[in-house]
Design a binder for this molecule. Structure first.
Ligand code: F0G
Length: 479
């Protein structure tokens, strides 16, 4: 893709960014090609690799210690930057300094909770006080995507782009649609949201959000991978600004999920972060967050990342755990990836899981995810649909609930404890990426003994059909 930065009412994006210490850089160390921050690019012009947002930290006001951010928790709405301190993304603005404070877009994202989950921990074999659940479903659109959208919409507005688009399994489209209806471009125009969703795979709760928030919603005859390919190929022709996690600014926003985890743990680094893997944006962002903090001298060790694929959408697991694919400081074997995809096509394999949010066969951030795994001594596991739904049910039973994809974190944790890779007294944070009401149909099916895999879930709590009289009530309550 070529540069598309359009002039804005007399002010060119170049001028808006002139003082920015940020630039885009190819992730492949042997290339390292750079691009200006205002170039609309998602791949390196020289070698085609993915791009990172990078900073010349010597030009930035980086705090000397993470405790610097504590004061911002007592924000006042009326203080100069109260609006930003309230945001769980922009409270950490010195760690993603690609735009000036006045230009940052926020709708109040990142008011999330880190819950100590002893009851759930006991159920999966952890000791008390060691398991934490990070609820990203508490975001305005109900998923972690809002973190990334705050950053990507900031960029879209700076570039004066007003048609924003994504492919989605549902949550990205909900977040995009909500941010678009809350954000005006720098020239006062309304943002137009265009979302491409797989024809029949999206959970109704998520589809309802895109429709309700006013996005132009295209239900494509194909799955997420088809939608992703389509929007990536044609974004430029259709003058759409791409807001998937291929857009490196999305990942800058998603770094802050890790900052909030650290903040809630009094800046102590946990032993493990367990996260579901779909398009691998979080995996990529989390690794980048920790590596940057370490390089800035703000933490002295990295947690290990455990990425959990659904068994029916297990590209990363297959490549990393079975075929030995490693990042190798950027020299990863891309032919191995290509031949795996050819094999999938040849055998007609498409992603298929009850956790529709992570039903992705061709994760666009694969190389960045491999880099994160290398940096964090990470590993990958796959969980079958039954285990994912049981994981989700446990978060419902013992916590605040989550959607199926998030249940993969708990299913993965359980596996890793059984394998004795995670020990019961390590400190583990499971990332719960989406709210429980996103996919309530799947939850009701699970509890009503007609779940996707056609048998009752291990934690099923079926409704009891009862006649409307006292004797029947007594009978039902005695059961
Ligand atoms: N959990 C939920 C609830 C998600 O919606 C997604 C991705 C993931 C996990 C996977 O995260 O891509 O960073 O590995 N949903 C995207 C969407 C693909 O379109 O809403 P990832």
């Amino acid at each position: 893709m070529t540069g598309l930065a359009l002039p804005v009412a007399g002010v060119s994006p170049k001028m808006l960014f002139m003082k920015s210490p940020a630039y885009l850089q190819c992730i492949t160390p042997s290339c390292g090609n750079t691009h200006d921050i205002d170039e609309v690019r998602f791949d390196c012009a020289r070698c085609g690799s993915l791009l990172d947002v990078r900073y010349d930290w010597s030009q930035c006001d980086v705090p000397k210690s993470l405790a610097f951010f504590d004061a911002r928790r007592n924000f006042s709405q009326h203080s100069e930057h109260g609006r930003l301190d309230r945001s769980g993304v922009w409270r950490f603005r010195e760690l993603l300094p690609f735009a000036r404070p006045d230009d940052l877009v926020t709708i109040g994202e990142g008011q999330t909770v880190l819950q100590v989950a002893d009851d759930l921990g006991r159920e999966v074999g952890m000791h008390a006080g060691r398991l934490y659940l990070q609820y990203e479903g508490f975001n305005p659109s109900g998923s972690f995507k809002d973190n990334g959208m705050a950053a990507a919409f900031t960029m879209a507005r700076l570039l004066n782009r007003h048609r924003v688009a994504c492919a989605s399994t549902g949550n990205t489209s909900a977040a995009l649609a909500l941010f678009a209806n809350q954000t005006k471009t720098s020239s006062g125009q309304a943002m137009e949201a265009i979302v491409l969703v797989g024809g029949d795979r999206i959970a109704p709760g998520k589809l309802s959000q895109a429709l309700d928030y006013g996005a132009k919603t295209l239900q494509i005859d194909g799955d997420f991978d088809v939608c992703m390919r389509l929007v990536k190929e044609h974004a430029e022709t259709l003058n759409l600004y791409l807001m998937n996690s291929l857009n490196p600014f999305r990942l800058e926003g998603q770094k802050t999920i890790m900052y909030r985890v650290l903040e809630a743990m009094r800046w102590e680094v946990p032993d493990w972060i367990v996260v579901p893997g779909g398009n691998l944006g979080n995996t990529s962002a989390f690794g980048k967050a920790f590596v940057e903090l370490r390089d800035l001298g703000l933490i002295d060790r990295l947690p290990r990342l455990a990425v959990i694929n659904a068994q029916g959408a297990n590209t990363l697991h297959e490549l990393f755990e079975h075929r030995g694919l490693r990042y190798s400081n950027g020299n990863y074997d891309s032919a191995k990836v290509a031949s795996f995809y050819e094999e999938m096509d040849r055998n007609g394999v498409v992603a298929d899981t009850v956790a529709s949010a992570i039903e992705i066969g061709h994760p666009v951030n694969l190389p960045k995810a491999l880099r994160s795994l290398e940096a964090t001594r990470g590993l990958v596991r796959q969980a079958c649909d039954d285990d994912i739904l049981d994981g989700k049910a446990l978060v419902g039973r013992y916590g605040f609930g989550c959607e199926p994809a998030s249940g993969a974190s708990v299913a993965g944790l359980r596996l890793l404890i059984q394998e004795k890779i995670i020990s019961p007294d390590e400190r583990v944070v499971c990332i719960l990426t989406g709210h429980g009401l996103k996919d309530s149909g799947t939850t009701v099916n699970y509890h009503s003994s007609s779940c996707a895999t056609n048998h009752a879930g291990s934690y099923a709590n079926p409704p009891i059909k009862t006649k409307a009289d006292l004797a029947s009530l007594k009978k039902a309550l005695a059961g």
